[in-house]
Design a protein around this ligand. Structure first.
Ligand SMILES: [Zn+2]
Length: 443
């Protein structure tokens, strides 16, 4: 048993939102009780104690759109790569990297990503993976890293015809094999989805193949209308809009997750809403790729379950929160935009999305919820309680302020030290593998 106490406890549970000198009691993988530090210590005297030292104790973050394959891009300059648009960025950078990834490099890309997540207080990720140089077993390599690092992971492989029909088929099979493996796993720490790159790289034949091999319990994770090129391609080839094409292949539904949705219209929003399909917004990536600003505020207003991700741009969900906050104010020329919507996406909607794939409640501290807890080193000069905590997170915190991360009851990082693996050794291995990857790309 473990008590994390002596901190300002924010639970995200409406029944008991805040305790000034609070503690959370963890038993195994679940939260057992919450209350005042003194009360919890005297009620559970045998428990180990983690001292939050007056900092903030809150639920760990969930990232609903990550890309492990992009881990070794940091610092890489690809010879001759000078993108003129979104398609150049995809083919010249991301697809070039994923075509060169070996299985071992995928594994260490996952290790690096997960260390970054833990250091930013993230314990649950929805990853969208591609490694067209080594497809089969790639999701199992990532799952190995998930187990070693204690990261709750919903994984998929992005099916695409971009490297030919044989590889598209291999990608479908990798998804099917992994989904079945995850469905049989009872740890509540692994899940799988049928990953799809984006409709503009997937033929009707491959859409049908994916549908035929997708176990009924899970949905799809697909990029939608990230660039205007995706919409133009769909209109030109099929005479219909993107979400209509997805509807025709039964890709929409309450277990499916659409990333981006920048170039969708009101009719497509209605289809997404009517089918209870989930959407994930990645503000920093959309801005960095010069793709445009999605109508995210409109999606939330219409009641579409919209979460917040990072698209591999960062592992820090507070960074994504900060960027989403300013993006929509700037885009709409409205200083009142996004105050409520973005924290709802980050805290409530990401938890609801995770709730469709994992059994125990995540993203909330209450008895019976998964014991995913972080301690943040934060001591503000102003008053703070449950009514203004979001403003404190937005303007006062960043991921690097997380000092302790607990995932599913296990201490993953304490006082900024990763405790589940030898991080120094792992990072040395990452540098070795990334050097090999860079050499294979640039020669
Ligand atoms: Zn993405």
């Amino acid at each position: 048993m473990l008590i994390v106490g002596n901190g300002k406890l924010f639970t995200r549970d409406k029944e008991f939102p805040y305790e000034k000198d609070g503690a959370v009691v963890i038993n195994g993988t679940e939260i057992l009780a919450l209350g005042k530090t003194g009360d919890m210590k005297s009620k559970y005297p045998e428990a180990d104690f983690i001292d939050a030292k007056g900092g903030v104790i809150m639920p760990a973050f969930i990232n609903t759109h990550e890309h492990i394959y992009s881990a070794f891009a940091r610092g890489l300059s690809i010879k001759g790569h000078n993108p003129q648009g979104f398609l150049d960025i995809l083919d010249g950078q991301w697809w070039t990297i994923d075509r060169h990834l070996s299985l071992n490099q995928t594994k260490y890309s996952a290790v690096d990503t997960m260390i970054g997540c833990i250091k930013s207080g993230v314990t649950t990720i929805f990853d969208h993976h591609a490694s067209y140089g080594a497809i089969t077993d790639s999701l199992f390599k990532i799952a190995e890293a998930s187990k070693e690092l204690g990261m709750r992971s919903c994984l998929c492989y992005e099916v695409s015809d971009r490297d030919g029909k044989d590889k598209a088929k291999e990608a479908v099979m990798e998804n099917e094999n992994f989904i079945k493996y995850a469905l049989a796993d009872d740890s509540d720490m692994l899940a799988g989805m049928m990953g799809m790159h984006a409709q503009f790289t997937i033929s009707d034949e491959t859409m049908e193949l994916a549908a035929a091999h997708k176990p009924a319990e899970v949905g799809y994770h697909i990029h939608v209308a990230e660039g205007i090129e995706d919409l133009h391609d769909c209109l030109r080839k099929y005479g219909k809009r993107i979400v209509d094409r997805l509807m025709d292949f039964n890709i929409l539904g309450d277990m499916s997750l659409l990333a981006h949705c920048i170039y969708i219209n009101g009719h497509e929003m209605e289809l997404i809403k009517d089918t209870k399909t989930m959407v994930v917004h990645n503000p920093e990536s959309n801005m960095g790729n010069a793709c445009g600003c999605p109508p995210t505020m409109e999606l939330v207003k219409r009641g579409i379950l919209t979460g917040l991700g990072t698209d591999g741009y960062t592992h820090d969900m507070i960074e994504s929160y900060k960027v989403a906050n300013v993006l929509h104010k700037h885009h709409l020329c409205d200083p009142n935009a996004a105050w409520g919507e973005v924290p709802t996406m980050l805290f409530e909607n990401n938890a609801k999305i995770a709730g469709r794939y994992f059994k125990k409640p995540i993203g909330v501290l209450k008895p019976g919820a998964a014991a995913d807890v972080i301690v943040v080193d934060y001591d503000p000069p102003t008053q703070m309680d449950e009514n203004n905590i979001n403003s404190h997170i937005l303007f006062g915190m960043m991921g690097h302020d997380v000092v302790t991360t607990i995932g599913n009851g296990k201490i993953l990082m304490k006082d900024r030290e990763i405790t589940v693996i030898d991080a120094e050794q792992a990072m040395a291995k990452c540098r070795e593998e990334s050097a090999k990857l860079w050499k294979s790309i640039n020669g």
